[in-house]
Design a protein around this ligand. Structure first.
Ligand SMILES: [Zn+2]
Length: 263
């Protein structure tokens, strides 16, 4: 097998610009480094390339929540959930990067970073007053780098705005007066596989730009377009994102069972 040529920081920045990443904009990135590599400088090199493409007036945002629901979240030490990948885990630890002070954290760097990461624990996690909601309000772009829409948190915001009726129980732990306190809440969650519908909704209207970044297939769309197309479809079928019962998807079945029947 021929060795893959390492992408330089400037190659990657140019690919990002070519894809349509806006200089001076807000960019929320979900990424798989395994799909993108090799990149010169590793995960840090990829983060630098993203910041190069955004320029000094741009704001880079990544998910940074923890999966450790039993331990109180500490923004200075708690690792990001492993499924978010090494780039997200590297990003929040870099100097000058802000991170929310709660278990549903996002991390951000740039002029809008404080506004995006600020605030108390959002419950539900993806309400408009959450980091992903603020990226939407700021007309940010969403970059899916080597991952699909199943990793696209903005679709959970769309679900809430559309009023989807399913909720599954979740909990996290916060420190109150120095003591750990368990907080139980509900979330509009499921397996997220069917978020892949967003590809066709966005492509058919020319709202999604796609191309190669490093070795990865990249998708880029505006958060507001993602939310708008999803709301249109959810208005017709609020359970559209849940697998049908006969598929045997446990996560979607749990969400379906949570729907209260009227009358
Ligand atoms: Zn499912």
């Amino acid at each position: 097998m021929p060795a893959m040529v390492e992408s330089s920081r400037s190659d990657v920045a140019n690919q990002l610009r070519g894809l349509g990443v806006e200089e001076g904009g807000v960019l929320l990135v979900h990424t798989s480094f395994r799909a993108t590599r090799p990149v010169q400088g590793g995960p840090v090199g990829l983060i630098e390339a993203l910041r190069d493409a955004l320029g000094p007036q741009g704001t880079l945002v990544m998910p940074s929540w923890s999966g450790y629901d039993d331990a109180p979240f500490d923004p200075l030490t708690t690792p990001a959930e492993p499924s978010l990948g090494v780039v997200a885990e590297t990003f929040w630890r870099l100097p000058g990067v802000l991170r929310s002070d709660h278990a549903q954290a996002f991390a951000a760097a740039g002029p809008e970073a404080a506004r995006i990461t600020a605030g108390p624990l959002p419950l539900l996690p993806h309400i408009p007053e959450s980091p992903v909601g603020r990226v939407h309000d700021l007309d940010g772009q969403v970059l899916l780098l080597g991952v699909g829409h199943d990793a696209d948190t903005t679709l959970h915001l769309a679900e809430l705005l559309a009023g989807v009726p399913y909720r599954v129980p979740r909990y996290c732990t916060v420190l109150q007066d120095g003591r750990p306190v368990r907080i139980e809440y509900e979330e509009n969650d499921h397996c997220c596989e069917r978020f892949a519908f967003a590809d066709e909704w966005l492509r058919s209207r020319g709202l999604q730009s796609e191309g190669r970044v490093g070795q990865a297939h990249a998708r880029l769309a505006r958060a507001q377009d993602i939310v708008a197309v999803a709301r249109e479809h959810l208005a017709r079928d609020p359970l559209l994102f849940l697998h049908p019962l006969d598929v045997g998807c446990e996560e979607c079945d749990r969400a379906r069972k949570s729907v209260k029947r009227e009358g």
